[in-house]
Design a protein around this ligand. Structure first.
Ligand SMILES: [Zn+2]
Length: 456
């Protein structure tokens, strides 16, 4: 059965090579693809359409691509935002993740996916645990995803004390599970792709990293991992191998054009040059760096050197619009240059550039005829968004996730009028709230203080 959708009279930000923006334009979707843009409706029979979206007040952008996230991280909201000397991931994060049950994960995946869709995201590059559950969820909801099941062979709860306790066998079991998930799922949905996901350069032994690469090559999938994300990691690799993390990855043969590295805070220019030499992709997550008081990655150097870069949010709060503004603000402040990064560039780093970083630019990332219809429609008829002059800065500096009205993925409307059509939002919220006492108990054991509420 053919599916035809017409989006009428919208402002369309194509994010194509010429950065074209069409005003009062019509966009036609046929099945999963964009069939026409800027089309004249005179010779078109409107009755042919299954759905007509009146979009006079809407801006249409390519669906946002979240290049690096763990959407299940919502559990940590309010738990590790402050008071941990920037080490909440190690003090609270790793120990609490270890205790997650399948049921908890199921609802955390769902709340995370609901959150990202509501901000205009159409693809998540996500790695976490029990990703067979995640694959089932994204298939059912109809969101595009690149999935990696996290690999590690180190007891992550002991890293905070500087201990690297390896369990090689556990690592190999995880790698086999990761392979099994890919083999089970790879042909089940055109929306889902896979990567192998070693956690980081220090939490995986050399042996596990090398085996992960072998399996990735064998199955013709890429790698997705954290790199140089903390001082703990960098110091350990220096101590063990007398190298920087990136130099270490180069030496053991992991660097190729199908690996995407997230974060890369603690890297010098020589490290970025190695990334460039091997055509490695980079996922930049602006908010978490600033929030943790971390050294800010050399984003200007990466972009000046054409390293394939996409933006991500990492975990806990998956709001891409805040990330866009944060990156602009921080970079301008660091470089003392008010013109260094603009709205158009940041919008592209969240759409077509992110698609390039993930190797999907032929299919998605821009609004062009023949590409997949992955779109976000933003309601611009709001006090904080008017007057809107139809330029990228009118979007990037002012829009929030809550302004996204409609999301279309693969030609299917997933959200309209902010109502999620393939997710029961109320049910998710009710289920998540049931776990609050459980998570409070676990967090308290790890030293998180909760205020003494007074009740009458
Ligand atoms: Zn991450």
């Amino acid at each position: 059965m053919t599916n035809k959708i017409l989006i009428k009279d919208a402002i369309i930000f194509t994010c194509n090579e010429n950065n074209e923006v069409y005003t009062k334009s019509n966009l036609l979707i046929k099945d999963s693809k964009i069939e026409a843009i800027e089309c004249n409706l005179k010779n078109i029979n409107l009755e042919e359409f299954d759905k007509i979206i009146e979009a006079q007040e809407m801006a249409v952008i390519p669906g946002i691509i979240n290049s690096h996230t763990h959407v299940a991280g919502a559990m940590f909201r309010g738990l590790i935002d402050e008071g941990q000397k920037g080490l909440g991931l190690y003090n609270i994060g790793f120990p609490m993740e270890k205790l997650l049950t399948e049921e908890e994960l199921y609802w955390l995946f769902l709340i995370g996916i609901a959150e990202v869709i509501k901000t205009g995201v159409t693809l998540v590059n996500d790695f976490y645990y029990q990703m067979d559950i995640f694959a089932e969820i994204v298939k059912k909801i109809g969101v595009r995803a690149i999935i990696s099941d996290t690999l590690y062979d180190t007891d992550m709860t002991k890293l905070i004390d500087g201990q690297y306790e390896r369990d090689y066998q556990a690592g190999e079991i995880r790698l086999q599970k990761s392979v099994d998930i890919i083999e089970k799922w790879r042909d089940k949905s055109s929306l889902i792709n896979f990567r192998i996901g070693p956690h980081a350069t220090d939490t995986c032994s050399k042996r596990l990293l090398e085996n992960a690469k072998k399996e990735a090559n064998r199955m013709d999938v890429g790698l997705h991992m954290h790199c140089a994300q903390s001082k703990i990691e960098v110091d350990h690799i220096k101590k063990e191998h007398n190298k920087t993390p990136i130099k270490y990855l180069e030496e053991i043969g992991l660097l190729e054009d199908n690996i995407l590295l997230a974060h890369c805070h603690y890297m010098g220019e020589a490290d970025w040059d190695i990334m460039k030499e091997h055509d490695v992709s980079y996922a930049h997550c602006p908010i978490v760096y600033a929030k943790n008081g971390s050294q800010y990655p050399k984003l200007k150097y990466a972009l000046d050197n054409d390293i394939k870069t996409g933006f991500g949010t990492d975990w806990i709060r998956m709001e891409p619009w805040d990330g866009m503004r944060t990156a602009i603000n921080i970079l301008r402040s660091i470089e003392r240059d008010p013109d260094i990064m603009g709205g158009r560039q940041v919008l592209k780093l969240n759409t077509i550039k992110a698609a390039e970083a993930l190797g999907h630019e032929e299919k998605i990332g821009s609004i062009e005829i023949g590409k997949k219809a992955d779109l976000a429609l933003i309601d611009m008829n709001k006090p904080h968004l008017q007057p809107f002059y139809g330029n990228p800065s009118g979007l990037v500096y002012y829009v929030n996730g809550n302004d996204v009205d409609t999301v279309i993925i693969n030609g299917r409307i997933i959200m309209q009028n902010r109502k999620l059509l393939t997710i029961n939002e109320e049910q998710i919220l009710n289920n998540i709230k049931k776990f609050i006492p459980v998570w409070i108990k676990r967090a308290e054991k790890l030293g998180v203080n909760f205020p003494n509420y007074k009740t009458r």
